[in-house]
Design a protein around this ligand. Sequence first.
Ligand code: SIN
Length: 321
Amino acid sequence: MKLQNLVILGTGGTIAGRALNASDNIGYTAAQVGIDQLLAAIPALAECGPFITEQVAQIDSKDMSFAVWAQLAVRVNYFLTRDDVQGIVITHGTDTLEETAYFLQAVCRPAKPVVLTCAMRPVTALAPDGPQNVLDAVAVARHQGAQGVVAVCAGTIHGAWDVQKVHPYKLDAFSSGDAGPIGYVEEGRLRLMRNWPFAQMRHASIAIENIANWPRVEIIMNYAGASAAIVQALVDQGARGLVVAATGNGTLHHELQAGLFKAQAAGLKVVRSTRCIDGRVLPLPNDVIPDSEGLSPVKARVALMLDLLAEDAQGLAARRV
Ligand code: SIN
């Protein structure tokens, strides 16, 4: 039986990076090798096609922008609607992969697999990790029943809600924290531990191709000696939302807290996440600042931007009636 197409979208990252020296795993330039060249260097892929490839971007993911996110979501949505497409693999830098994963899950809500993969070493390394990660990602995208946005790195499948880069150098750089991974890829076969991400999201769905103005949402942190000065500066600059990476179970220095209450009173949306790597802020009945419902600060920021975009769209629709 002929397999359906798998789409592979390139966006850059270390997986497409080049160094001058094969023994150099850190002094490389990301996003140098095109998606077709990258895949041509993985002969084992020949047995896993057919593929449709597209270069959506060619960037170091530290430079991820709203424009690239929108373009990526548009292409993902397009390929998801095609009956001849089984799933999508996206090659991406590791640095902001978790934000892109959450964004695509929230915006595209895929009933098919959308698998982000990456590498910690460039193409030119003595032992690059990208080729195996791509093969594993393809195995996930070909798995019957796979769905939603996941990340595959170092033989581990992480869900879009939970995945977080936790190490700047190790090949196994990602964790799903308390939730644990969705599963593992072992010699092309999947060993699943829990369910795939499901389409239900708390955000209203938004038409990504129509966004003219992305709301400004910034992340600030609580720490010893924190003050309200940064909050005031951001309010003055027109920020519409703030995510605070609070200490522990959502605690805030009293001066920063006073500034955030003032910002709320002025109409800004404020959300509390925790700077702890695992766990979540456990809410109390009288909380003035809502918690991020388990999202890390960077994902809580994406969620808040999407909430504000949905509000803007509703406002626009109401004005048109
Ligand atoms: C990037 O995020 O694009 C560079 C770093 C990496 O992919 O590991």
